[in-house]
Design a binder for this molecule. Sequence first.
Ligand code: AMP
Ligand code: GLY
Length: 426
Amino acid sequence: MKVLVIGSGGREHALAWKLAQSPKVGSVYVAPGNAGTDAGPRVRNIAITDLDALAEFAVAEEVVLTVVGPEAALAAGAVDTFRARGLRVFGPTRAAARLESSKAFAKAFMQRHGIPTADWAAFDDAAAAHAHIDAGAVPVVVKADGLAAGKGVIVATTRDEAHGAVDAMLGGGQAGGRIVVEAFLAGEEASFIVVAAGGRALPLATSQDHKRIGDGDTGPNTGGMGACSPAPIVTPQVHARVMREIVAPTLAGLESEGLPYGGFLYVGLMIDGHGAPKVVEFNCRLGDPETQPILMRLKGDLFDLLMQASAAEATDTTSSIDSIEPDWDHRVALGVVMAAANYPGEPRRGDAIGGLPAEADDLMVFHAGTARRGDGIVTAGGRVLCVTALGDSTGAAQQRAYGAVDAIRFDGAQFRRDIGSRAIGS
Ligand code: AMP
Ligand code: GLY
């Protein structure tokens, strides 16, 4: 059978790699993909980005399942477009994806349904936002309302910094700008991703992202510089609270508002010292780079899982997705992102990449911003690679991953040395 993955990042490489392991899958198409997803007869790239054209391709090729990777495609209505042609697709509709594409919508939704999150206010007027900041405490968090690839959030430690963020996002008289200003939450972050279908949820293995560019969580936010799974902060007690206090009311709330949710639902959590979880953000998709370590640990058949999950949408029935118990590798998986020169600013492209290792049972280099040039592979985006390894402990996984990172070469490569250190507690 044929499947289609929409997207071009490390998450999509990991999805394609895992789907291709299913004995039922003959071909995986990735649109538009990267140099890592153009790997031969079973996984190959399709140079179509227009959603209507892609849906026509899926009809013509008899694609049985499409998985939408990135938020931009979901917000552009990829699921609606595919479903209108009778195609089976896993992901939320454009309307349900507002949970990610508008932070103001997400905050108001959480308030309506009593879902724990930081206190907030939305503004489209800079003067009102400045006054709110003057009257409030610091640190304070200023967020652009719309999609910003993980870069539209400023955690301001001083009022000056917060005012500057407001001016940058709303200043200059730009029309239509909107921001959310919210209270700073102290604690430790974790990523909690579920497969949602027909009102039910199957939690995937927990994970933790490292969002800042620099070691020790310093410098600007990025899309994510590395991740590991599992996240020890998510104890069984915290896990149960997240399912009960966040995931269940979110799915029920969406349903009650006429937005039944099918797809991956990513809850970005802040967990305080008492183990109380709050929502930092919702994403309507898998995380990148969290997906890379999570799928390294998944032993079962991802195609079967997603066919079962997408059946509820295809037949409009309740789902038994929550009765599945996926088999997770007991080992720790850890992914180190190697980013291009100047990331998270406009990345430099075209640097030749050398020293890529062969795939092994415990090591996989997922490509993101890469392209083929002649016989070689060059950088072609901000996050270039995610070097992902399994190990019996976090330290062992770090050693395996960084051993490979140190052998990979491209000019201007940036990566963190401390991915996984939070799980070790240093
Ligand atoms: P977001 O895109 O909303 O997930 O924000 C990006 C990052 O900013 C998060 O992963 C956190 O590290 C940080 N952040 C966002 N909101 C808050 C908050 N209310 N308190 C503390 N940190 C936050
Ligand atoms: N790694 C964070 C995200 O995917 O949004």
